[in-house]
Every structure is written in structure tokens, then in C-alpha cells.
Design a protein around this ligand. Structure first.
Ligand code: DSN
Length: 415
């Protein structure tokens, strides 16, 4: 029987996809964890590979018909090992959260003590939040950023590690603007006999492009998502030493997941090849230069940058010196109306709740993919200031919206 969709496309969903394409390509996408992936990555994601079940790993599958899938997954594994210099890779995790949970399952027992960065100081839900499975099944203790410099305080990490004797120390963040040196984490982990895990979900593209230190030579295990700075499809990945390879593969399947998403695995392979190209190094460094330029432009216009600036693709902006009444929630909403998409974010020791916040998080991966450079970053800072100052005037917001659309038309994400 032919597909009904052959004769009758789903016009409702297609129209909504088109609407979302318009939103993405006519507005500024400044969410630090997002990016525009390539047409080649999207072709793989929308391919016939979505039809195939392939529980297991290359050469060891539970179902027949996996010769082609085996080749694809083997290519993805080889490429990502080459990209990061890793001994072992598992490319099947559906997301960064699944990757992290698989690592915990592989290397910990329920109830084991783990040390990770507190969520409200830039950590991630899966680094022990009490509402997440990580915090429910494992005994997470948190380190925070320093009160004065708002940076990871390794003396404090060491003190907590010696006090709590964790089985694992987790490095990695979701809203921390500074580079993170892996060596001090490794040293502290060794002192207390803990495993070291580094979650580079945000940093993977910068690491791949040589714009951030690579933790692979230091960590027992490194996890990441493939869709942020790395610019691939939505998904996760785990790199590890040979020692942990078998336990990690077993924890991903059958431990945490069933059939892998081989269309996503193929798209990861495409993205890894793109990241292996020399141009990707230039891209990664430009993301960082753009973030530095935008941070400086915002600081000059009266905002406070958490930790005083950024060395990565993102910044956390404290709105209070600019306007004490303005919350992150309100800033996010009004900027969205002007076509500038970012997210509200707590600042360290924020007196407001995570639903309101005193800050916003801003990232430059998407605008850098569009080809924008430092000059456009000060234009964006002006758009942000004009919108926030004129937030009660629809005419001002409409004017910024038009200018944002013109800027995006000059730097199209997709040609
Ligand atoms: N949601 C991601 C981010 O925005 O950083 C983390 O999972």
C-alpha cells in the first residue's frame, strides 16, 4: 500500500517547519547551546537510516540487515576518536543526559559519592540536581564558583574532594564562561582516588577546533553533545580510556538505551568529518573572538559580565548594573519580540529564582556559523541595549526587529 503522504503531504506540520525555519533564519540565535547544522548533517538525519533497528555494536547486532549500518557507525567511531585523540568512543547516546547517565551506570554504584559543579553556579542537571536521576541515584556534593572572581576555585574543589572522598569528580558546565583546565581536576581526582569525568557538551567544538584545552588525555571519560559548538545533529557521545570501554558500551546498550538512532549516528559521522577540516579550527577560534567582542561591547554599555568576561563561546550577563528592575525573564521575552533569542540565566548567588533570574546567557556559535565577525557583535550589543531601554515602546521594538532581519539577510544561515 503506498504511503498516504505520497499523495497528501502533511501541510500542517510542513507549514510549521517552514515557520520555524523563518524564525531561525530571520532572527539572531544567541542561545549558547544552539547552532545551525549543515545541510549534509540534516540529509543524514532525514535519511532511510531512521527505518533500521540495530541494537548492539558494529559486528555484534541482534537483528539482520546491519552491514551498512555497521560501516556507518564504524566510520563515526573512527572519526571522533581521531578528532579528540581518544582510545574508545561510543556514538550511540541519544543525548548528553543519556551519555552522562550511562557513564555513571558504568563507573559507579548507586549511592556512590560524586563531586560536581552546582547547577546554580553553572553546572548541569545531570551533575547531581536533586530533581534529576543523577541526584536521586548518586550522592552528589557540589562545588561552587568563587565569591569574588566567580571562577572555579580549585582549592575549594580539593578541600571538598578530601572531605567527601568522591568515587568520581565531574568537570564541565552549561553556563560558565571561562576555559576550564583539565589538569587540576585530574590532579585532585588522583589525590583522592576518584575517577575524572569531563562533560564538554558546550565546549566540544572549541576543543575539536583547538580553541579550548582537550581533556581527553587527562580524564577517564569525556562526554559531550554533538549539536552545540560542534555543529552536528542533536545527540550525545562518550569518549573513554580502553580500561572503561567495555563497561561504557554495556551501560549505553543494553544498560540505558535500546535501538540506537542510526540516522543520528550517520549525521554525527558527517559532523565529525566537517570538524576535522582545517576551516573548522578557524570557525572555533572565531566563535571565541566573537564572544569576547560581544562581551566587551556589552560591558561598555553598562552590563556586568559574570567573572568579568569570557574565554569561550558564551557569556553570562548580569543585568542589574544596567537596570536594577530588569529581570532575565523580562529581558528574554522582550528580546524575543525583537528577534533576538537568548535565555534567562541565574548569576552566581542570584537573589531571584531560576524562573525569574537577574541575568541572561548569550552565545556566539550560531551567528559565527552565519559568518558574522567582531564588527557585527557591537551592532548586536546596540540592538540589545535599544530593545531593553525601549522595552515599553512597540515602535522601537519593531524598528530593532526590522534591523535584526536585515542583518540576518546579509549573513544567511542557509543559502
Ligand atoms: N540545555 C542545554 C543548555 O542550554 O546548556 C544543556 O543541556
Amino acid at each position: 500500500m503506498p504511503f498516504p503522504s505520497d499523495s497528501k503531504p502533511d501541510s500542517q506540520v510542513e507549514a510549521l517547519i517552514e515557520k520555524e525555519r523563518t524564525r531561525q533564519t530571520t532572527g539572531l540565535q544567541l542561545i549558547a547551546s544552539e547552532n545551525f547544522t549543515s545541510p549534509a548533517v540534516m540529509r543524514a538525519t532525514g535519511s532511510v537510516l531512521t527505518n533500521k533497528y540495530s541494537e548492539g555494536y558494529p559486528g555484534k547486532r541482534y537483528y539482520g540487515g546491519n552491514a551498512v549500518v555497521d560501516e556507518i557507525e564504524a566510520i563515526a567511531i573512527d572519526r571522533v576518536k581521531q578528532l579528540f585523540g581518544a582510545d574508545h568512543a561510543n556514538v550511540q547516546p541519544h543525548s548528553g543526559a543519556s551519555a552522562n547517565m550511562a557513564v555513571y551506570q558504568a563507573m559507579l554504584k548507586p549511592g556512590d559519592v560524586v563531586l560536581g559543579l552546582s547547577l546554580d553556579h553553572g553546572g548541569h542537571l545531570t551533575h547531581g540536581s536533586p530533581v534529576n536521576a543523577s541526584g536521586i541515584f548518586y550522592d552528589f556534593r557540589s562545588y561552587k564558583v568563587g565569591v569574588n572572581d566567580e571562577r572555579i576555585d580549585f582549592d575549594e574543589v580539593r578541600r571538598l574532594a578530601h572531605e567527601h572522598r568522591p568515587r568520581m569528580i565531574v568537570a564541565g558546565t552549561t553556563s560558565y564562561p571561562r576555559r576550564i583546565e583539565p589538569e587540576p581536576f585530574k590532579k585532585i581526582a588522583d589525590e583522592v582516588g576518584a575517577y575524572m569525568m569531563f562533560d564538554i557538551a558546550h565546549l566540544a567544538g572549541l576543543v575539536a577546533g583547538g580553541a579550548h584545552p582537550n581533556p581527553v588525555p587527562f580524564a577517564d571519560v569525556v562526554t559531550f553533545t554533538t549539536h552545540k559548538t560542534l555543529r552536528g545533529p542533536r545527540g550525545g557521545c562518550i569518549l573513554s580510556t580502553k580500561q572503561h570501554a567495555q563497561a561504557i558500551d554495556k551501560a549505553v546498550f543494553p544498560g540505558q538505551q535500546g535501538g540506537p538512532l542510526e540516522h543520528a549516528v550517520a549525521a554525527k559521522a558527517v559532523a565529525f568529518l566537517e570538524a576535522l577540516q582545517p576551516e573548522f579550527r578557524e570557525y572555533a577560534h572565531q566563535i571565541v573572538k566573537n564572544a569576547a567582542a560581544l562581551a566587551e561591547a556589552l560591558a561598555m554599555r553598562g552590563f556586568r559580565l559574570v567573572s568579568g568576561g569570557t574565554d569561550t563561546h558564551m557569556m553570562v550577563v548580569d543585568l542589574r548594573p544596567f537596570d536594577a528592575e530588569l529581570t532575565g525573564k523580562e529581558a528574554q521575552a522582550v528580546l524575543d519580540t525583537a528577534g533576538i533569542t537568548l535565555n534567562k540565566n541565574t548569576v552566581p548567588n542570584d537573589p531571584r529564582s531560576p524562573f525569574v533570574t537577574s541575568g541572561v546567557r548569550i552565545g556566539t556559535p550560531s551567528v559565527t556559523t552565519q559568518g558574522m565577525r567582531e564588527g557585527e557583535m557591537s551592532t548586536i550589543a546596540d540592538f540589545i541595549v535599544t530593545t531593553l531601554k525601549g522595552r515599553n515602546d512597540p515602535a522601537i521594538i519593531a524598528e530593532v526587529r526590522a534591523k535584526v532581519a536585515a542583518l540576518c539577510a546579509a549573513f544567511p544561515a542557509y543559502r
